[in-house]
Design a protein around this ligand. Structure first.
Ligand SMILES: [Zn+2]
Length: 166
């Protein structure tokens, strides 16, 4: 069984601060499982819960049972790699006119931190994010675009893809 960390324990995010004074928030918490492994838990909002319920009933239709253990409930997980996600997200960012430092920070950290989601990020996640933004902006000051298309993840993926179809 999982149990939430005690308020006075070191926080699960690794900051070294007490859990109660660090990440413990309404929708963000840390739990320890039976083997002593610590897990970050983010409570889903209403839309998230509805999506998981949909996926659960789809799983039941296909397999005739409830999902368990390491079953992937969101079937797209089998067809969609982290590289796909990175590429498609960067493409969507570019189309939506998202600032390039945000796109860079996403491709470096795998996070998307907005004013809204910052409340669910650990101090370590926030620092990693801010550091990536700073790195991008300082490089821009030196005239170097770290998200330049010729060496960005999008181009790398495209090269791999073109290599496959040649
Ligand atoms: Zn923390």
């Amino acid at each position: 069984m999982r149990a939430e960390l005690n308020h006075t324990e070191p926080c699960g995010c690794g900051s070294g601060k007490r859990y109660g004074k660090c990440c413990k928030k309404d929708r963000l918490s840390y739990h320890r499982d039976g083997r002593g492994t610590i897990h970050k838990t983010i409570l889903l909002d209403e839309r998230g819960r509805a999506a998981v319920e949909d996926a659960n009933s789809r799983f039941h239709e296909v397999f005739g049972r409830k999902p368990q253990g390491k079953d992937r409930v969101l079937a797209d997980g089998y067809a969609y790699s982290p590289d796909d996600l990175n590429r498609d997200t960067l493409k969507a960012f570019a189309e939506a006119g998202v600032p390039r430092e945000i796109a860079y920070a996403f491709s470096e950290t795998g996070l998307i931190i907005s004013a809204e989601s910052a409340a669910l990020a650990s101090p370590i996640d926030l620092k990693e994010w801010d550091d990536a933004i700073d790195r991008y902006l300082s490089a821009m000051d030196e005239g170097e675009d770290l998200l330049a298309p010729e060496d960005g993840p999008v181009a790398k993926n495209l090269e791999e893809f073109e290599g496959l179809i040649k």
